[in-house]
Design a protein around this ligand. Structure first.
Ligand SMILES: [Zn+2]
Length: 303
């Protein structure tokens, strides 16, 4: 839902957190679905699909939060306050107007009071994050590393959307996301006793961090749009490391090939859509698409 526009300063007098407000909508949507999923998880066979569905629901909620991040972070505003409101009539949104996808659909993409159009970007980001989370969880067969890779995917989505909008994503967004992702992967590694998972993702994170440090030296003021995607290098490094550690040589080779193809395909699309003489050589969107495709292909081939 709308969270303010660049031309209109956000009002500070509202004190309740948009996150708290959001969680009410989230709780109402998620509670019955989580209840049903928990029932299904209890039955053998359906376990994996129930987790995929659950990941999709969590993805909807995370997508709702990413909308706030993508909109407010480039403006230097807090993501927690003020609460979400209509940028046209300034009316504070009720919790039920913040339910991912459902609110936008029920209101037919317009504000309840002033009837101004609400961008379709909001439900698309929510739905897209849900599909990504479900895909990641399906690729990992619902096992515990899914959570870490979902966190990395959310980070990648936030960074690419901020940069797709023309702003450079601050390092803090990438750092917070990759930190959470790595922490969740560490928990999964301890849980499964699978230390290679931690080792490979840390190796990827280190290599990505070094590449980022090198590129910062090459373009310290971040004026060159070709270097925009560099914020994502530690995230994708950590992510690709996990693919390398998935255990099958065939899987890694297939994943690598899929990464090159998806990256190239995405670059061609971006080139056609946004040909402004600035080749998106390292742009974040191809990087995240390529990595996601590579992981799914690699894990599917590895079985
Ligand atoms: Zn309005």
């Amino acid at each position: 839902m709308p969270v303010g526009t660049p031309g209109r300063p956000l009002r500070r007098r509202r004190t309740r957190s948009s996150i708290v407000d959001r969680w009410k909508g989230i709780a109402v949507t998620a509670a019955p679905l989580i209840g049903v999923s928990a029932q299904v998880i209890g039955q053998s066979g359906a376990h994996e699909w129930a987790l995929v569905a659950l990941a999709g629901i969590v993805g909807l909620l995370v997508g709702s939060f990413l909308n706030v991040v993508v909109h407010r972070v480039p403006l230097g505003l807090s993501v927690s306050a003020p609460r979400s409101f209509c940028p046209t009539c300034d009316r504070q949104l009720a919790w039920w107007e913040n339910v991912p996808v459902i609110s936008w659909t029920a209101l037919r993409g317009r504000c309840r009071t002033c009837h101004e159009r609400i961008s379709i970007r909001y439900p698309l980001v929510e739905g897209g994050t849900a599909v990504t989370f479900a895909l990641v969880t399906w690729a990992w067969r619902g096992s515990s590393p899914s959570a870490g890779y979902c966190a990395l995917a959310a980070t990648a989505i936030a960074v690419s959307l901020i940069e797709f909008g023309g702003a450079r994503a601050p390092l803090s967004v990438g750092a917070a996301g990759v930190g959470l992702g790595q922490l969740l992967l560490a928990v999964a590694a301890v849980w499964l006793g699978r230390w290679s998972l931690l080792g490979w993702s840390l190796t990827g994170l280190t290599l990505g961090g070094l590449a980022l440090a090198g590129l910062r030296g090459a373009d310290p003021d971040a004026r060159d749009a070709r270097f925009h995607g560099r914020t994502l290098l530690p995230t994708t490094g950590c992510w690709l490391g996990g693919i390398a550690g998935a255990g099958s040589v065939t899987g890694v080779v297939a994943g690598g090939a899929a990464w090159v193809l998806a990256e190239f395909g995405c670059l061609v699309v971006l080139w056609a859509v946004r040909n402004r003489g600035r080749p998106p050589a390292l742009a974040s969107a191809p990087l995240v698409t390529g990595t996601l495709v590579a992981m799914v292909v690699s894990l599917t081939v590895a079985g």
